[in-house]
Write a protein that binds this ligand. Structure first.
Ligand SMILES: C[S@@+](CC[C@H](N)C(=O)[O-])C[C@H]1O[C@@H](n2cnc3c(N)ncnc32)[C@H](O)[C@@H]1O
Length: 206
């Protein structure tokens, strides 16, 4: 069953800020420095779309962005964002079902894969893998477990909450990094946030 973040759209950013301060946004903004001017970018699961404004701050023009978001309410909020003179096309569909032409310079998946069971992760990952150019950059931010007890507590709490409110399908974190290594990506930059609970990595396709 596909998750539906419609129910959480109106409070998602405030709740994220309450629990994590600026860590969730800092982790994603850290990766934006690796984007070159004039890039074609696919953003999958951008939520309320604040990342579009951050991108426009760094690149006020010249980007061609395809913004794919499954939740109609998240999409409505995203469409109100100031995007400078960048060219944005909005697609309100699951990214794995969207009709997209391959050849993206950059793919951004911010806290997308933690919603999925292992099988869905593989399906979505393989679809995106086919859309990114050779030598393209895949900027992924998500939770990771590094052995601290409180990370498990926070993760379980989030899974229970988002299962009830948004119907997410999983209750365990799938193995995201395995997908990148199996498909031959190199990690060219990485940084951890919030006591190593959040990992941001720039992966380069070979
Ligand atoms: C955990 S939220 C993260 C939102 C945003 N990236 C952020 O960090 O604020 C996950 C987002 O992915 C979207 N999503 C989930 N499955 C999706 C899919 N298959 N295709 C596109 N978007 C999806 C949800 O609607 C939600 O907005």
């Amino acid at each position: 069953m596909a998750s539906n973040y419609d129910n959480s759209a109106w409070f998602y950013d405030s709740l994220a800020g309450l629990f994590y301060g600026s860590a969730l946004t800092d982790a994603q903004v850290y990766l934006l420095q690796f984007i070159k001017p004039g890039s074609t970018i696919l953003i999958a699961g951008g939520g309320t779309g604040w990342i579009l404004e951050e991108l426009a701050r760094i690149h006020p023009s010249g980007l061609r962005i395809t913004y794919v978001e499954i939740s109609a309410k998240m999409m409505a909020l995203s469409a109100k964002r100031s995007v400078g003179n960048n060219n944005i096309s909005y697609i309100n569909k699951p990214v794995e079902e969207a009709d997209l032409a391959p050849g993206f310079d950059v793919i951004i998946t911010p806290f997308l894969f933690d919603n999925f069971r292992e099988e869905t992760l593989k399906t979505v990952f393989n679809r995106l893998h086919g859309l990114i150019k050779p030598s393209g950059l895949w900027l992924n931010t998500d939770f990771q477990l590094t052995g601290k007890w409180w990370q498990n507590v926070l993760l379980k709490t989030m899974f229970v909450f988002f299962k009830i409110v948004c119907g997410i399908e999983t209750s365990v974190l799938p193995d995201i990094e395995k997908q990148f290594s199996q498909c031959g990506y190199d990690t060219i930059a990485e940084k951890n946030f919030y006591g190593d609970f959040i990992s941001s990595k720039a992966h380069k396709k070979s």
